[in-house]
Design a protein around this ligand. Structure first.
Ligand code: FES
Length: 272
């Protein structure tokens, strides 16, 4: 069992939970993810790790209510316990000294990119973070990102925070201003696709994290199977980060719609 020790509401449907998980907190690396089961009747759902504290033995997750399991998780409070957490899983991020790296985070993707940009900064990179959301309240963890960034650019669709415009506007401004060695994008698939295409246009190597496609996160369900560079890859095992230039985005979008009906169907009653 993993006890919740802190809960914070970021916006109407986005919550931050800090939970006890000492073994995972000690061994996880940037880019790793965990699988959470809220109770013994719940499905296993993969979530990214926003922060890990090996001394306190805790993990911080940011969850958006989108389906049954995430809603159940967001309803829990401090003192409640999760049935179990498995991890760390997935292939860790490639952390090197690339030079100047633009880290583009969209919505709750900002939580996923935080440990990676932290490690990139600690590896000696100049980190320029471009954070984006539809509105001000959807641009999260700005102070945490600022601690490990040389510059933070905020973009919102409605102009309620930072500059008005989508993430690619902010990224392109940096690329046109100075030499960029690498772009990393984590957020909604459409945001990652267009950030990756932009980087490709300028010949900049770019990585994306396809974590939103995962279902069981163990390599068994096959839901995260994608064509990457003409080869079949499992996002939960071989990723979740991949070279954005190699991703078959049409296939990615097709797969993302597979479980929509199940997610919106009524919950089966006890015993059925
Ligand atoms: Fe099920 Fe990867 S998420 S196989």
């Amino acid at each position: 069992m993993n006890k919740i020790i802190r809960k914070q509401q970021f916006s109407e449907k986005v919550f931050c939970l800090e939970v006890e998980a000492p073994l995972i907190a000690r061994s996880c690396r940037p880019g790793n993810f965990i699988i959470v089961r809220v109770d013994n009747r719940s499905e296993r759902v993969p979530y990214t790790i926003a922060k890990s504290d090996p001394v306190k033995g805790t993990l911080t997750m940011v969850i958006q209510e989108v389906g049954k399991s995430s809603t159940k998780l967001c309803r829990l409070n401090v003192g409640d316990e999760l049935h179990d957490i498995v991890g760390p899983l997935g292939t860790p991020s490639r952390i090197e000294n690339y030079g100047t790296v633009v880290c583009a985070g969209g919505g709750i993707g900002i939580a996923a990119i935080l440990p990676i940009l932290t490690a990139l900064k600690q590896a000696g990179n100049k980190v320029i973070s471009v954070l984006a959301g539809r509105t001000r309240e959807l641009v999260i963890m700005v102070d945490d990102v600022k601690k490990y960034s040389d510059e933070v650019i905020i973009m919102t669709d409605d102009g309620s925070y930072g500059e008005k415009g989508v993430v690619t506007v902010g990224v392109e401004k940096v690329i046109q201003r100075e030499h960029v060695d690498k772009v990393l994008a984590i957020g909604p698939p459409v945001m990652m696709k267009f950030t990756s295409l932009l980087a490709k246009k300028y010949g900049i190597p770019n990585d994306v994290s396809l974590n939103t496609i995962m279902v069981d996160g163990t390599g068994m369900c096959g839901a995260c199977r994608l064509t990457i560079g003409g080869k079949t890859r499992f996002v939960c095992i071989d990723g979740p980060e991949f070279d954005g230039d190699l991703v078959d985005w049409d296939e990615m979008f097709k797969r993302m719609g597979t479980f929509k009906e199940i997610e919106t169907a009524p919950e089966p009653s006890e015993g059925k």
